[in-house]
Design a binder for this molecule. Structure first.
Ligand SMILES: [Zn+2]
Length: 402
């Protein structure tokens, strides 16, 4: 397969959407089913033993004659966010497929290419459904989750032809894993700014999401003197800037984002009495996440006390950082060096299927430069030369394992 074929296939997948105006392909939709058929056709054509498992992962195996062979899994996801770019997910699937097509020798291990069914979690607001099944960590309680139309995950799985009783049989047992390797676009601007085509991922950042509620006192915008106000919005604004300043001071280790802001009963002639906002804190260092939570809660409490505002801090979600396997990453580094590309090591601020797989197997990841770091947007783009360079690295990496 050539880079041109990879591009053509990415383009073909991008035309399979549940929305005629943009690319949106969520778990279990008609577009999703069409994509599974297209991808399984490509896998079959590549000579892989191909099937769609019960959660909807498309899986193609290259089988070793070694009776004690373990399995190296290569893959990425084919579901998308709403109004997505073309490369987020499919690039990793098609490059994995390309990397195994050239293998003609007897392998000492099995290779399985997996197109994961649900990494973005758009429909059921829970991520990694496919990779959790592969890792054997899928929680059956998730089957009761309902989408916006009231359809449960269990019903959605039946509708795509899966059997929920069989999900546990779709996992690869811990002892059978050799490792997991994923190629993915960077989704950030570092490689673009550095003019480097690809990088090793050392870790995937842990996340701590909270909801902050600022409670003051609503009042008449015309009659309450400035010094007598308990303006929840002004307090929230001061806190948001303080969060940014704190994160800038610790920028080597952490990023912090306030992405939503609601003014309860907001009106132009009312002093805001209650405001809530989100806080998303990410770091590859678990201790830093904990320290961040402590330092920010002290910092924000002081600002709120000064302004006579009550602060409520509600934890929403917490995931631990994932560290990529040093041994596999070392081989990936050698593979990069053999292509004479400068070695760059990055922490992924975004989650990936490797997070779910890391609970059961060693994982490693290669990031590919994308145009200006743009992702989750139709402008998402990747240069053909970068795909070629990353393919060379992937082939060198697999050859070292043989
Ligand atoms: Zn992705």
């Amino acid at each position: 397969m050539s880079t041109a074929t990879i591009f053509a296939r990415i383009q073909e997948l991008a035309t399979i959407s549940e929305d005629s105006h943009c690319l949106t392909r969520t778990f279990g939709s008609m577009a999703f089913i069409r994509a599974t058929q297209l991808i399984s056709g490509w896998m079959r054509e590549a000579g892989l033993i191909t099937y769609i498992d019960n959660i909807g992962n498309v899986r193609g195996r290259l089988v070793s004659k070694n009776p004690h062979a373990r399995t190296l899994v290569l893959g990425s996801h084919f579901d998308t966010v709403t109004n997505a770019g073309r490369f987020d997910g499919p690039l990793g699937i098609l490059m994995a497929l390309d990397a195994v097509i050239g293998i003609t020798i007897d392998l000492p291990f099995h290779i399985e290419v997996v197109a994961f069914c649900d990494e973005e979690g758009v429909r059921y607001h829970t991520t990694y459904l496919g990779s959790k099944v592969l890792a054997g960590t899928f929680d059956p309680q998730l089957l009761a989750l309902k989408d916006a139309a009231g359809i449960t995950l269990e019903e959605a799985i039946h509708l795509i032809g899966g059997c929920t009783d069989q999900l546990k049989n779709d996992s690869i047992p811990a002892a059978a894993w050799l490792g997991y390797f994923e190629i993915h676009i960077e989704q950030g601007p570092v490689l673009y700014e550095k003019h480097i085509p690809a990088a090793i991922v050392t870790a995937i950042a842990g996340q701590q999401r909270s909801q902050l509620v600022f409670k003051g006192m609503a009042g008449h915008a015309g009659t309450v003197p400035m010094e007598m106000r308990q303006d929840a919005l002004c307090c929230a604004a001061a806190c948001i800037v303080a969060i940014e300043q704190w994160a800038l001071q610790h920028r080597e280790h952490v990023v912090a984002t306030v992405g939503t802001l609601q003014v309860v009963h907001g009106a132009s002639n009312v002093i805001p009495g209650e405001v809530s906002c989100s806080l998303d804190l990410r770091s590859a260092d678990a201790a830093m996440l904990k320290q961040g939570y402590q330092e920010l809660s002290q910092l924000l409490s002081a600002i709120c006390t000064n302004r006579n505002i009550r602060l409520e801090w509600h934890p929403v979600q917490e995931t631990a950082p994932v560290h990529c396997d040093p041994l596999l990453s070392g081989l990936l580094e050698k593979a990069i060096q053999s292509t004479h590309i400068q070695t760059v090591k990055l922490v992924s601020g975004a989650g990936h299927d490797a997070v779910a797989i890391s609970t059961i197997a060693p994982v490693c990841m290669l990031f590919v430069r994308c145009f200006k770091g743009i992702s989750h947007h139709p402008l998402e783009d990747v240069e053909a030369d970068d795909i070629e360079a990353a393919l060379q690295i992937a082939r060198n990496f697999i050859l070292q394992l043989i």
